[in-house]
Design a protein around this ligand. Structure first.
Ligand SMILES: [Zn+2]
Ligand SMILES: [Zn+2]
Length: 383
């Protein structure tokens, strides 16, 4: 009970602090810190100039060590993300209880012995389950948890580990910017008291490194996403981690409009019982031409940024090359256009046969180019 009271007091303190900081102009914080982007000159990687926000050219070889690395660790059904900028590292979530060892050994395999920050996005076990192992195994500077209590043994274990290591909790204050070497991250959420709705309490962050950005918001659902959009902080990002493992309750249209990612990473377990990622989410992302990367299909995925471009790797060896040319939006396919209604269809769509011959045109090319041309996908065949 003592702990729960502590957390409650922590939240009251947070609310008071938030209010007073806002009076003092808290959003100024997002521009502070004199953080400059990486030089870019120290990387021999990704030096071609493809379109803004699109990933780098096909490359092979080892993971670039100079830039920013974001590792989406395969912990089955759960989240765990390692963010690394040279000697500086942070971990966001650590999967279920039984994934603690997996995360600890992965971090060790990456040569990590110290973490500048550990973030437990929210008290659900698929996020904080392995955190106690991580906190026990590494030197940790700062731990962030949202100011919400949860009476589970898993949550208690995390608090125990924090206590044993004599660490104190840091308040995730929206608008605060924290440095991670030459990178930084801004706290986007939580924005208010969500009661018992733990997912919406998720700590959200936007990681900044040169021109590249990543948005990670735990299991935040549409409500929390709307509140993030309303707080006025910059949200644009190359990569968005899908909220709540690709559930249809997250990744709202409003949020996607604001973040406008080139890639969405979905962390979920193979054949999980929740049906994650939901079909609606996948279709929505496809409709927008956003590249989707899934840990249930690819295992651990690593995004390497040189501050200008992002290249993708698989931890299990092998370079993953979802280049702009291979993204669903850019793939060349054959469509049937209705030049009158400005809709495009799959060749086998039933409405194709009903189309008047003078309006009908066969087209081979990318979906992206068609959309740029003012065409929209048929709602029936969903090309
Ligand atoms: Zn959750
Ligand atoms: Zn979750």
């Amino acid at each position: 009970m003592k702990r729960l009271n502590f957390l409650r007091a922590f939240y009251v303190f947070a609310a008071v602090l938030a209010f007073s900081l806002c009076l003092a102009g808290c959003y100024g914080a997002s521009g502070s810190g004199a953080l400059t982007g990486p030089s870019g000159g120290d990387s021999s990687f990704g030096n071609s100039s493809s379109g803004e926000g699109s990933p780098g050219p096909l490359s092979s070889g080892e993971l670039p060590q100079n830039g920013l690395q974001v590792h989406f660790i395969d912990v089955g059904q759960g989240d765990s993300i390692l963010i690394r900028q040279k000697d500086h590292s942070m971990l966001v979530d650590a999967g279920e209880n039984d994934q603690g060892d997996v995360v600890v050994s992965y971090l060790k395999s990456q040569g990590i012995d110290q973490l500048d920050y550990v973030i437990g996005t929210h008290p659900h076990s698929d996020h904080i389950g392995g955190l106690d192992d991580v906190i026990q195994s590494f030197e940790v500077d700062r731990v962030f948890l949202p100011p919400i209590e949860h009476t589970t043994a898993t949550f208690e274990e995390v608090l125990d580990a924090i206590e044993v290591k004599d660490l104190s909790l840091t308040l995730p204050q929206v608008g605060d910017v924290w440095e991670l070497g030459e990178a930084s991250f801004t706290i986007l959420a939580p924005n208010k008291d969500y009661g018992d709705d733990l997912n919406n309490w998720s700590i959200g962050i936007r990681v900044e490194y040169g021109d590249n950005h990543f948005v990670l918001c735990g299991d935040a659902e549409a409500q929390a996403e709307a509140d993030i959009c309303a707080n006025g902080l910059p949200l644009g990002a190359d990569v968005l981690k899908a909220g709540h493992h690709g559930s249809s309750t997250s990744t709202s249209d409003l949020f996607l409009d604001q973040v406008a990612p080139s890639w969405v990473v979905i962390q979920c377990g193979k054949d999980n019982s929740y049906g994650h990622p939901h079909k609606e989410t996948l279709e929505k992302l496809k409709g927008r031409g956003i590249g989707v990367l899934r840990t249930d299909l690819e295992g651990t995925l690593i995004a390497a940024s040189d501050g200008e471009e992002i290249s993708w790797y698989k931890a299990e060896g092998g370079f993953l090359s979802p280049s702009a040319e291979e993204s669903p939006a850019a793939r060349e396919e054959t469509y049937i256009l209705n030049t009158n209604t400005k809709k495009f269809h799959r060749p086998d769509c039933s409405s194709v046969s009903q189309m008047q011959a003078e309006n009908r045109r066969e087209y081979t090319g990318s979906r992206e180019a068609l959309m740029d041309d003012g065409y929209s996908p048929c709602g029936q065949c969903k090309p």
